[in-house]
Design a protein around this ligand. Structure first.
Ligand code: NOJ
Length: 536
C-alpha cells in the first residue's frame, strides 16, 4: 500500500483520476494491417502515462461485424482478431498496471449484434431458448412513447425480421437488437460476461446505454425502476468480484434522471455529465457563464462515494439531446454551420475545429474541464488538437488515425491501406500536427496539457472538493471554488475574447497561483484563466 501524499491522495481512485478514451482501431497499428491493435496500444502506454492518464477507457474490443464500430457485439468473451488476442489483452492489463494506470472497456448491456449466435438462434426458431433473449412483437405497434435515438437513419424502434416472422425491438441501429432484460437468463448472462473480464483483471466497465434496458407500455422506456433494480444487482455482483472495480455509466439524461443511476452510492460509481458538456461550449460562444451556472444549480449532490465524469468531446457526435430546441438550433448555427457537420441531435466535429483551432480557447476549455467538477475524460487526439473529416460517414470523421509523426500514414501504420484516411489538410494534417512535433515544442498543446494535468494532480480538492461558483458581477467570468477538508482552490476563467478585470469576495487568506507566477490581481487576458490555492 502506497503512502498517501498530495500527488497520491487517499480515498477513491476514480475521484482523482484523469480518464482517456482510446479508440483502439485508430491508435497504433503494430502489425501493418491498417488497424490499430492491442500490441500497438501497449507500445504507446508510456506516452499516455507521461500525459498523466490514470485510467484508459477502451471502446469495444470484442468480435463484431462493426456496423456500429464495435457497439454491435457478436461475442462478449473474445477479442476481435483485428485487435489481437486475449493474451494481448492480459498483457495490456499487466503493462498498464505496472505504470500505475487502470483499464476499463465498454460493456454493451442493452443490445447485441444481429450476428450474435443468440440472435441467430432466436430468429431461426420460436422454440429456441434464445427466443426470449430478445423483444418480439407481431405488430410492431408497442411502446409508441419511446423516442428514436438515431434519427438520421432509423424510422422505427421495431424492425420486421422475415426469418423470425416477427418484429424485434431495437433502440439503436436495426443491426443491434435489444436484449430482453425481463429474461432471467439475459440478466445472468451479463453477470457472467462481467465476471469473465473481471477474472482477467480488468478495472471496470464503461456501461453503454444503460437507460434502455427495459420496456413498459405507456412510458418512454427510459430510466425505468426495473432498470435501476438490475443495475444495483449488477453493481453488487461486480463489487463482490473486485471491490475496486469501476462502473462508469453513459446515461445521457437530465440531472434529475441521472442522479438515479448513482442510487444511494450502490449503483453506478460514475456517470458522464451530459447536460454540462454542451453548456461549456454554449457559455464559450456567448461569453457568459449563465448556461454552466444554470445546469450546475440543477445538478444534485452525489453520494460521497460517487463522481461525475466530465468531458468536452468523445467518439460520438457532440450530443445536443440535453438542451432545449432553441439552444440546439443556436448551437448548430454557431458550431455546425455546414449541414454535413450535423448528425442526429448533435455535431460531428472534434474539439480543435469547434474552437476554430484557437489555442487560447482550447486551453480555456481544458481549464474548465480540469477544475469544474468531476473526473475529466480526454478523447484521443484532442491532446494534440487533431482535426476531423466531416465527409466520412456516421461518426467516423472524429475517429481517424492518431497522428504520431510526419511520416507516411502519420506514423500510425505501415500498411498501404488504412481503416480510414489520415487527416492530411494544411491546418490539421499529420505533416504539421503530430505528437512528435509537439513533444519538441515546449509551448505545444500537448506539453501544456502535461503540465496542467501534473499540477491538478498535486491538488486533490480538484477531484473530491465541493464546488461553489462565486457570484462575480461580470458574467464573462467563471470563478470556481473547490474545497475539501484540507484544501481551498480557486479557478478563474474569462469566457470572453476581451481582457477582463474583476473582483472577488474571498475568505481571508493568501492566493498562491498554481499555473504561473502572475500576481493575483484578477486581470485576465481574453480567454485567460488562472488557478490558485487559498492559503490560510
Ligand atoms: C453509445 C455509444 O457511445 C455509441 O457510440 C453507440 O452507437 C451507442 N451507444 C449504441 O451502442
Amino acid at each position: 500500500m502506497k503512502t498517501p501524499s498530495k500527488s497520491n491522495p487517499q480515498g477513491l481512485w476514480y475521484q482523482h483520476a484523469i480518464f482517456y478514451e482510446v479508440n483502439l482501431r485508430a491508435f497504433y497499428d503494430s502489425n501493418g494491417d491498417g488497424h490499430g491493435d492491442l500490441p500497438g496500444l501497449i507500445q504507446k502506454l508510456d506516452y499516455l502515462r507521461d500525459l498523466g492518464v490514470d485510467c484508459l477507457w477502451l471502446m469495444p474490443i470484442y468480435p463484431s461485424p462493426r456496423h456500429d464500430d464495435g457497439y454491435d457485439i457478436s461475442d462478449y468473451c473474445g477479442i476481435d482478431p483485428v485487435f489481437g488476442t486475449l493474451d494481448d489483452f492480459k498483457q495490456l492489463l499487466d503493462e498498464a498496471h505496472q505504470r500505475g494506470m487502470r483499464v476499463i472497456t465498454d460493456l454493451v448491456l442493452n443490445h447485441t449484434s444481429d450476428q450474435h449466435p443468440w440472435f441467430q438462434a432466436a430468429r431461426a426458431d420460436r422454440n429456441s431458448p434464445y427466443r426470449g433473449y430478445y423483444v418480439w412483437s407481431d405488430t410492431g405497434q408497442e411502446y409508441k412513447d419511446a423516442r428514436i435515438i438515431f434519427t438520421d437513419t432509423e424510422t422505427s424502434n421495431w424492425t420486421f425480421d422475415p426469418v423470425a416472422g416477427q418484429y424485434f425491438w431495437h433502440r439503436f441501429y436495426k443491426t443491434q437488437p435489444d436484449l430482453n432484460f425481463d429474461s432471467p437468463a439475459v440478466q445472468q448472462a451479463m453477470l457472467d460476461v462481467a465476471k469473465f473480464w473481471l477474472d482477467l483483471g480488468i478495472d471496470g466497465f464503461r456501461v453503454d446505454a444503460p437507460p434502455y434496458l427495459f420496456e413498459r407500455e405507456g412510458t418512454s422506456c427510459e430510466n425505468l425502476p426495473e432498470t435501476h433494480t438490475y443495475l444495483k444487482k449488477f453493481r453488487t455482483f461486480v463489487e463482490f468480484q473486485n471491490p475496486e472495480a469501476l462502473l462508469l455509466s453513459e446515461a445521457n439524461q437530465w440531472p434529475e434522471d441521472v442522479i438515479e443511476y448513482f442510487g444511494n452510492g450502490d449503483e453506478m460509481h460514475m456517470n458522464f455529465h451530459f447536460p454540462l458538456m454542451p453548456r461549456i461550449f454554449q457559455s464559450l460562444a456567448l461569453a457568459d457563464r449563465a448556461p454552466i451556472e444554470e445546469i450546475l444549480a440543477r445538478t444534485p449532490a452525489l453520494p460521497a462515494n460517487c463522481q461525475w465524469a466530465t468531458f468536452l468531446r468523445c467518439h460520438d457526435e457532440l450530443t445536443l439531446e440535453m438542451v432545449t430546441p432553441e439552444v440546439r438550433q443556436f448551437m448548430w448555427n454557431f458550431y455546425a454551420p455546414e449541414p454535413r457537420m450535423r448528425l442526429n441531435m448533435g455535431i460531428r466535429r472534434r474539439l480543435a475545429p469547434l474552437l476554430e483551432n484557437d489555442p487560447a480557447r482550447i486551453r480555456l476549455a481544458h481549464s474548465i474541464l480540469l477544475t469544474l467538477i468531476g473526473s475529466p475524460t480526454l478523447y484521443y487526439g484532442d491532446e494534440i488538437g487533431m482535426g476531423d473529416n466531416i465527409w466520412l460517414e456516421d461518426r467516423n470523421g472524429v475517429r481517424t488515425p492518431m497522428q504520431w509523426n510526419a511520416s507516411p500514414n502519420a506514423g500510425f501504420s505501415a500498411s498501404p491501406t488504412l481503416y480510414a484516411p489520415v487527416i492530411a489538410d494544411d491546418v490539421y494534417g499529420y505533416r504539421r500536427l503530430n505528437v512528435e512535433a509537439q513533444e519538441k515544442d515546449p509551448d505545444s498543446l500537448l506539453n501544456w496539457l502535461r503540465r496542467v494535468i501534473a499540477t491538478r494532480r498535486l491538488y486533490p480538492a480538484f477531484g473530491d472538493g465541493t464546488l461553489t461558483l462565486l457570484p462575480v458581477q461580470n458574467p464573462a467570468i467563471l470563478a470556481c471554488m473547490r474545497q475539501n477538508g484540507t484544501q481551498t482552490l480557486l479557478a478563474v476563467n474569462n469566457l470572453s475574447a476581451a481582457p477582463q478585470t474583476f473582483s472577488l469576495d474571498l475568505p481571508d487568506g493568501k492566493l498562491k497561483p498554481l499555473l504561473d507566477d502572475q500576481p493575483a490581481d484578477f486581470n485576465l487576458p481574453g480567454y485567460g484563466f488562472q488557478w490558485y490555492e487559498l492559503l490560510p
